[in-house]
Design a protein around this ligand. Sequence first.
Ligand SMILES: C[S@@+](CC[C@H](N)C(=O)[O-])C[C@H]1O[C@@H](n2cnc3c(N)ncnc32)[C@H](O)[C@@H]1O
Length: 310
Amino acid sequence: MSEYAIQRKANLDTFTPNKVQFYESDSLHAILIGATKAVLQYDLKDRTKVFKTEQLGDYRLPEYGLVNYLPDKESEDDISPLFRRENIRYMDFACGTGLLAQNLAPYIKSGTVIGIDISEAQIDAFKSKIPAIHSLNPRLVVKPYKYDIIDPEFNRENHLEVPQELQYGSFDIITTTLSFHHFSALKQIVVELKKYLKKDGCLIVVDMYDHKDEYKSVQGAAETNLTSAVAHNGGLSPKQMHEKLDPIGFSSVETGIKYLYEHWCNHQNLYNHLPPPVVAKALKSAPKRQRAGQTEYLVTRSLVLAICRK
Ligand SMILES: C[S@@+](CC[C@H](N)C(=O)[O-])C[C@H]1O[C@@H](n2cnc3c(N)ncnc32)[C@H](O)[C@@H]1O
């Protein structure tokens, strides 16, 4: 089995129907609200606004206090021009349960959204959201697909046809949120995603990063951890992300820390995402709460934003 196939299996073993419940948590919804705003604003002229580091809500408030956080739909200053165009083509790669597409739907004038993911459980959850997405925006064609963009053998074994919308040079934007730290074959995936973009199209990455200076020495130590669903333990810093994306040949690559936030994580989530010293510290001294029969720990994290233009 190739290294990529081993690591993909770890992902498939993690993203099961049970895991889908985690996607309905208040923390995850809050993070996705932040990612939605970052995507809506990726192309504003004012780049300091696009990369301004913000505190993402307050974990003590219902829905993290983010109910009115997204920009007004009519605001020309706060939303990238793409969202005012007709018939845009948008791909959410490693789309999971479709939360981002659902959040973005009211802002897209018209067009096609395709979701791509290797996990059937995630794609099934996305499919179940299609009626809700259509009621938010009837002018949107929404198609989630289970598909592997870099491994034809996986597609053959699973009888997966190439999605008809998946054509090179045809997408205005491609997003990938909270997924980058899951990819062992990061470079191969991004090289392929770039081919699907139109000229001037953008790849927008939002990913978790454990930004605390005291753990910097651990960052990267567990890179390409093949037996874990998370290949890049602790996530990638803006600098590490830039180093990975720059050689791929985009006309521009911008990265930065977009959000700081406090996040409730269960035991498994902590172990999967954070370096051992951070986990040990959280278990010992982080604030705790009980949810759905599990203990959750409050940890501080950040979200890195990368915008790559073809
Ligand atoms: C943490 S989830 C994020 C899902 C979604 N983007 C979100 O923000 O809610 C990571 C996703 O990456 C998907 N994934 C992992 N490896 C992948 C690969 N090689 N190709 C496509 N999707 C992959 C997983 O199945 C999972 O749905």
